[in-house]
Design a binder for this molecule. Structure first.
Ligand code: KE4
Length: 424
């Protein structure tokens, strides 16, 4: 039945998917089609259960169909689904976000992480009157034209498009630097002094797989961007409310100038947000000259799901529990790999982790590529056959949720034993 669905989907949806990674192309098998989710599990259209380590790519930190979130959404539905006008709910979500991020004085809601990043880039350019931006190789910020750019030939030279359809002239305004290399940032800031509007970074990258900032790196970026008067944008679409309630900024004690959020703040519904210093945010229409808008921005149903989710996260402060789960899983995978004599590296931050098939440290995008993709493919397929649903790409993060039980963690480790055994 699943096979039939994919064949049908491919006829009428490009690649049969509404987002490329779901095609399972990177793992050499047909995608499964999901019928429903509950807690830590998803069920395909044949009723087969999987322990879910994708969690809808991060939003479902509380697991699928969380009862309190569903109840809040169901009661909101009876009041209508959208008004395109102000509602008290938007104030409530904005207050919850501001309570988590001291760096955010004002925040605007949008409908996706991409929209949040796109708006933040435009805002930083409008606020500074400058055009150039710095991004980092391996960091992904959604399908924003200015950020679908790969590094130019030499360090700190102009970027070139990383997708068809991106004007070369636009890509040239983006400088792509190596992650975890503060010297490269200082060089670029000096070379383009007075021309750079913003530096955007995933403070805890999840899109190379999880890669951790070296000690002091982010603090150095904060110092340099202040020194060169460049807007520091933290893309916390993954790390926000994931790494801690206050995201990477809470973990590292750094205040960004602008922060982009998504995923968890929608509780599984389409919500993004960008926020920061009042002085910058006040440049947005209708106050200032930077235009940004959205029909469904602040949608009451989506915002209700976000509020219900953040309230649970704020009340229970579940991050110690998630840290313990993440640690137990990582330790179990590492000891299993040792027993099976398979070389792996695991990068982890709390409930966010990636297993790489290399014994070398993975600290930036080139080093992430030392992972053996063939081994990942085999591992993914064996795990899927055993009912464990990993992200279908080596360069993605595994997302644990509060719904994952100790028994689930044990099952994942056991399944990994089979997967690693197949490889060794
Ligand atoms: P969305 O537009 O997909 O809501 O968010 C874009 C985005 C922005 N910033 C970061 C750090 C992100 O990770 C993302 C999107 N994440 C991917 C998974 N790595 C979404 C999955 C997909 O593209 O299907």
């Amino acid at each position: 039945m699943t096979k039939g669905l994919f064949k049908t989907a491919q006829k009428i949806i490009p690649g049969g998917v509404n987002s490329p990674v779901r095609s399972f192309r990177a793992v050499g098998c047909e995608p499964i089609f999901i019928d429903r989710g509950k807690g830590s599990r998803i069920f395909d259209v044949n009723g087969r259960a999987y322990i879910d380590l994708v969690s809808s790519w991060g939003p479902l930190i509380l697991g699928h169909a969380q009862p309190k979130v569903l109840a809040a959404v169901k009661s909101a539905l009876d009041k209508g689904v959208s008004f395109g006008a102000c509602t008290p709910l938007e104030i409530e979500l904005a207050e919850l976000i501001i309570s988590a991020f001291p760096s955010i004085e004002k925040v605007r809601l949008v409908n996706s992480g991409t929209e949040a990043v796109m708006s933040a880039i435009r805002l930083a350019r409008g606020y500074t009157g400058r055009d150039k931006i710095i991004k980092f190789a391996g960091c992904y910020h959604g399908h924003v034209d200015s950020l679908l750019v790969k590094a130019g030939s030499g360090l700190a030279t102009f970027g070139s498009p990383n997708s068809l359809g991106i004007p070369r002239e636009l890509a040239k305004e983006t400088i792509v630097l190596p992650f975890n290399d503060a010297a490269a940032v200082e060089k670029a800031l000096t070379k383009y002094k007075g021309k750079i509007a913003a530096l955007i970074i995933e403070p805890i990258p999840g899109n190379m797989g999880v890669v951790l900032p070296q000690p002091g790196y982010l603090q150095k970026l904060r110092k340099l961007t202040k020194q060169y008067d460049v807007v520091l944008i933290f893309d916390e679409v993954i790390s926000g409310f994931r790494a801690a309630f206050g995201g990477a900024q809470e973990v590292f004690g750094i205040e960004a100038d602008l922060t982009c959020l998504g995923k968890i703040i929608g509780g599984g519904f389409p919500v993004g947000a960008f926020g920061g210093k009042r002085e910058i945010m006040n440049c947005l229409a209708p106050l200032g000259g930077v235009y940004q808008a959205g029909t469904l921005s602040g949608n009451p149903i989506a915002v209700t799901a976000g509020i219900a989710t953040l309230k649970i996260l704020k009340a229970k402060n579940i991050y110690r529990q998630l840290e313990e789960k993440g640690n137990k899983l990582a330790e179990g995978l590492l000891s299993t790999a040792r027993a099976k004599k398979v070389k792996i590296t695991i990068n982890r931050c709390g409930s966010l982790l990636t297993l790489f098939f290399t014994d070398r440290p993975v600290i930036d995008f080139p080093s992430a590529k030392t992972s053996n993709l063939e081994k990942f493919k085999i591992f993914f397929q064996v795990m899927l056959k055993q009912g464990v649903y990993l992200p279908p790409s080596q360069f993605e993060a595994w997302f644990l949720a509060t719904a994952h039980t100790p028994a689930d963690i044990e099952k994942i480790i056991l399944a990994a034993g089979k997967g690693l055994g197949k490889i060794s």
